[in-house]
Design a protein around this ligand. Sequence first.
Ligand SMILES: [Zn+2]
Ligand SMILES: [Zn+2]
Length: 161
Amino acid sequence: MNPVELFHEDGKSAGVYYCSKCEKITGKGSHKQAEDCCEPYICKYCSLPVDSEVEGKYKMVHYACQEKADFDKQQETMNKAKKLEDWQGYLWYDEHIFVCMEDLTDYMDCQFSEEENWPEFVFVAKPHELHKVSIRDILKIFRKKAFLTNLLMKSLLKIYN
Ligand SMILES: [Zn+2]
Ligand SMILES: [Zn+2]
């Protein structure tokens, strides 16, 4: 915000600026960064400025806008998803992978005291044979089904750690 230029003792420009609000020096040739410093971010969802006093420092979007976007995305995923009554295989819930339904229900028992609080739906995940998966496949899956990729990445991490 309102960049201030710094000078050497001999009066020559140092080519360095600082933000006049927080006085952070933004580096060499940094007029633009100093100008943008302390300016509010523009929320990508509603195009209004994000007040850091309200939303917290370095927040680039409004909390409410992000929450709505996440909710809409989840609704869209749910609407598109094929609903199954039964599944033999991997399951996905709350960033965890379960090898079978019994593991998942054990987890639910620990997480929720009442069965009626269990989630109505969880995701299923089909494992991919690691030796058949190329980087191209991983990228393809990444674009289509992020939750499957996550499963894949976890398998890969386990092998290389
Ligand atoms: Zn600043
Ligand atoms: Zn917003």
